[in-house]
Design a protein around this ligand. Sequence first.
Ligand code: MG
Ligand code: MG
Length: 248
Amino acid sequence: MIELKNSEEIEKMRAAGKIVAKVLATMQVEAVPGVSTWQLDQIAEEIIRGCGAVPSFLGYGGFPGSICASINEEVVHGIPSKNRILKEGDIVGIDVGAYLNGFHADSALTVPVGKVSSEASRLLTLTKKSLNKALELIKPGIHLGDVQHAVETYATAGGFGIVRDYCGHGVGRKLHEDPSIPNFGNKGTGPVLKEGMTLAIEPMLNLGGDDVEVLDNNWTVVTTDGSYSAHFEHTVAVTQKGYLILTA
Ligand code: MG
Ligand code: MG
């Protein structure tokens, strides 16, 4: 069942979303060569707690960090570690959630570390654009499949692989709510969007093929072919006339 939120509840999610946005803005500055993903995690947790919120991911299913930090061929669910030091040319996906006043917000972006290859740079630019293209469609009355189709179309045109085993989701009182939102789909299919739905849309695109696998740590998802992967995500609310990004 897709839970609708009233305007007061959406305000609460917006408050959580602003904290998430603050963390991600800081990560863009702090993700430089020589920094470990553990250090990034510490900074993120400090910001979240400093704002009176709780990191949504810490302890979720036993996850040990406040952020997921996924480097290069890592797609999502990278575990922050003192041994993972960023170096020039890496790309690092940072995914973060904050829980405040009973509601979660969830957002991600992928940061270039120093100067990256033109291929990597193109992957980042177009993955972010695929998210924006999908968001622009959102309004009451369209089908969720229309949104999914927009990501797929954009990714395919760019020649990228689409991660099919992980997807976006509803978000609110719980970090993961109905519906599931794959990054592919057909127009005119799936639930019809209604005012008050709150959704996390999160394209994950690869420079190579679609396939991914999970490492022995049972968390980190990597591309099977070792190609770089990018991830961008926003939590949005469906409004009367369109949408509102809650994690901007
Ligand atoms: Mg996320
Ligand atoms: Mg998410």
